[in-house]
Design a protein around this ligand. Sequence first.
Ligand code: AMP
Ligand code: ZN
Ligand code: FE
Ligand code: FE
Length: 278
Amino acid sequence: MAVDLHLHSTYSDGSNTPVEIVDAAVAAGLTGIALTDHDTLEGIPEAATAATERGLRFVGGTELSVSWKEQSMHMLVYFLTPGPGALPDRMVELRASRDGRNTQIASKLQTLGLEVTMEEVRVEAGGGVIGRPHFAGVMINKGYVDSVPEAFDRYLAAGRPAYTPRLRLTAEEAIGLSRESGAVPVIAHPHTLNLRATEFAEGFAELVSIGLGGIESYYGEYAPAMRTRLAAICSDLGIVATGGSDYHGRYKPHLAVGTGKGDLRVPDAALDQLLAAR
Ligand code: AMP
Ligand code: ZN
Ligand code: FE
Ligand code: FE
């Protein structure tokens, strides 16, 4: 019995609707999922309804980009619903900053000689929150690059010529706002943090003391040994080892709902423990 607690839909930079994701989860034999679109809660009602109809356990969430020790960190936040609240209210500002950043990315690409307009990117995004993978999609359609990773490596990633920063909460702010909103904050794919093992342990302990509820240990793109190591760190810290595929449909075509690259399995207990961490 397995779950998938990290999924992106058309409401952000995934290419499948929430209903399609629920269907894929049922087909994969999962017992529960969480929808974690970037900076938005808009897909949650649709996904919740479809999941309930199909007997799948469902958690509404989001994925935020935060800053921690001068690094970029992603934080998954579970048990959120659309509507007013400490964190949902701040997310309005985050989306506004994202919009401004998007306009700047388009103009930088144009300066570099790539004809990519905001209108084309909006069409690519299909009405959801616009992210860099949508820029990559337009660049692929127009033949400027062959793949999403190539678009990031050449233009969109930090340090590349079209990169533009946007407003980010600190990890501490995100944890505080999450708990104020009755939600559970979890560090996503911590491998992207450039830290040594001891720094990891000390830094995570600090965050646990202010409300961090878990670390994404069973991640779609990790080798099994890494997953086990992270789950052991969670167990030492007394927090939940969560997990998910980070499914994005055609924007990350090597990842599948529930199974990631093929070998992912997130135990049901991760969802039970997450519920208990509320
Ligand atoms: P944004 O929210 O617009 O900053 O874009 C973040 C999205 O871009 C996330 O879905 C990431 O998985 C994706 N992403 C970030 N870096 C890369 C990369 N180097 N290659 C492919 N996708 C990436
Ligand atoms: Zn994404
Ligand atoms: Fe992420
Ligand atoms: Fe993600």
